[in-house]
Design a protein. Structure first.
Length: 448
């Protein structure tokens, strides 16, 4: 009995070859959470204010916060293509964390002028390529049948780091200011880069690079078998595809469209969340606690979500992840005058279902030698539409009498649209589950 129990426990632990990457994600989350949670509040209180001459302070603040992500699109596309051709993913991750360390150090010494901050964030914004490389390498070196589980392990370790960092970020900000947070960020960024280099670069089990559209029905088993052999031979000769070819695959395009609508609506709240929480009455400590609780709950979700993704499918989890947005933000809008209620609802971990599911779907529909480009498409979509929505939301907050209290309306409206669209166009991509349905399909066809 004990051996069976130990065997089950071992199966629930992350693979040994993934541990360096997972711990790197933990330290990276420590680095970011040490300063970024209060970075927007600091800018809003100290530099970007109406007293300083900014007519639209929320919009200007959003532009400053958006710069790293927007700049990273250019660098990420270049590095993603380079990594697919060379396989040097952990080296790129190490370089990206050196850039983050350099950015934090420069912000420590040049932080008195908004334009200096904007320039530093812009020049070093390419450090966000770390997340594309992490998703790519993690889903490449793992067993092909456990990509959903691996995606949840990623977010679990990221949540653990964010929980630890956010629990002390308020204390750091109150006692050491933004300089203290940036100092911690620089140190943990260096540790992240060093730990990354201990990761293996190649999988222990080679995966099948055959990528197909799950919406194509099987009409003739023998014919289908010969077509699969021919398709496999073609894929062997052409190991990867361009960004455009990946984007135009039906499953990829549908996923990105749904996520784009969802992220556009979430953008205003995501970018200005800390300032919103302060506006509705949360103290610095409670802002940090809310992030801590959200990541703790996210960790609990992530203990189970990976196995659910691999055993029950990607589509149902994605639908549950999306429908949470309109429900959650409806209550936040209705009870915006009660900070305790806002604190409770903000503590729900929206990311815990959405991110590992999207990563698992993208790994399903891309081959190993093009996966970095597939993962970068996810980040491009997220970055572009998060900040497009943020620009609109920040401008409306600047001109509306309600100010920041209008922010929950965006994820409420666009989240509902994304949910309806997801029901209509998102299909299952888990090949293991699709394979189980093939005999049932053939049996029905023979009896008809």
């Amino acid at each position: 009995m004990s051996s069976v129990f130990l065997g089950k426990m071992k199966n629930r632990l992350p693979p040994r070859n993934l541990l360096p990457l997972l711990f790197a994600y933990l330290f990276d989350s420590l680095a970011i959470s040490s300063y970024w949670i209060f970075f927007g509040i600091w800018l809003n209180e100290e530099l970007i204010t109406t007293e300083a001459g900014f007519q639209y302070p929320y919009l200007m603040l959003t532009i400053v916060l958006a710069v790293p992500g927007l700049v990273s699109i250019i660098g990420s596309s270049i590095f993603s293509t380079f990594s697919d051709k060379t396989g040097r993913r952990k080296e790129i991750m190490f370089f990206a964390r050196l850039l983050l360390m350099a950015q934090c150090i420069l912000l420590i010494f040049f932080n008195s002028v908004p334009w200096h901050i904007l320039l530093i964030l812009g020049v070093f914004g390419v450090h966000n390529v770390f997340y594309i490389m992490h998703n790519t390498l993690s889903t490449t070196i793992c067993h092909p049948d456990k990509r959903g589980e691996v995606s949840s392990f990623q977010m679990f370790f990221a949540s653990l780091g964010w929980m630890i960092g956010s629990s002390v970020s308020g204390l750091i900000y109150e006692n050491l200011g933004m300089i203290g947070g940036l100092s911690f960020g620089a140190g943990f960024a260096l540790i992240t880069g060093i730990v990354t280099m201990f990761s293996p670069s190649k999988p222990s089990v080679e995966e099948d690079d055959d990528v197909e559209d799950s919406n194509i029905p099987i009409q003739n088993p023998e014919k289908n078998s010969s077509e699969r052999i021919e398709l496999s031979n073609k894929n062997h000769n052409n190991k990867s595809a361009s960004y455009w070819k990946i984007l135009t695959r039906r499953n990829v395009l549908f996923l990105l469209v749904v996520l784009a609508i969802l992220d556009f609506g979430f953008g205003p709240f995501n970018t200005l969340s800390s300032i919103y929480l302060k506006e509705v009455g949360l103290s610095y400590d409670f802002i940090g606690y809310s992030n801590t609780i959200a990541t703790f709950l996210g960790m609990i979700f992530l203990l189970f979500i990976g196995r659910i993704l691999d055993k029950k499918g990607r589509r149902p989890v994605l639908l549950i992840a999306i429908v949470a947005y309109p429900i959650l933000f409806l209550f936040m809008y209705l009870f915006s005058n009660y900070w305790v209620i806002i604190f409770i609802f903000y503590s729900y971990p929206l990311y815990a279902l959405k991110i590992p599911t999207a990563n698992a779907i993208m790994s399903d529909v891309t081959k190993s030698k093009e996966r970095a480009r597939g993962m970068s498409l996810l980040q491009f979509e997220n970055t572009i539409f998060i900040y497009l929505g943020a620009f609109l939301g920040a401008f409306i907050a600047d001109i509306s009498p309600q100010g920041l209290l209008t922010l929950p309306l965006f994820p409420l409206i666009f989240g509902a649209i994304a949910f309806v669209l997801a029901i209509l166009i998102i299909k299952e991509t888990n090949k293991k589950l699709l394979g189980k349905n093939i005999p049932q399909f053939l049996e029905k066809k023979q009896t008809s």
